[in-house]
Design a binder for this molecule. Sequence first.
Ligand SMILES: [Zn+2]
Length: 67
Amino acid sequence: MTRPPVSCPVCGRLIVEPVLKSFRLTAEGEGLVRDVHAMKAFHCQEQGHIFFIRVSDLEAEPLQANA
Ligand SMILES: [Zn+2]
């Protein structure tokens, strides 16, 4: 079974690409800045919607129906 392509959760378009490939994501809170290794940012090319997906979801085997 092959993994379905990543689609934009806002408009459903399938043409998406990673954003900020050469930058790292960080999160800031309570006076601390931490690297966010577990998330990747994408945007759809037509509408520019930005969304995040867990890296583990991109790497995991897709669930099989009727398993
Ligand atoms: Zn979109």
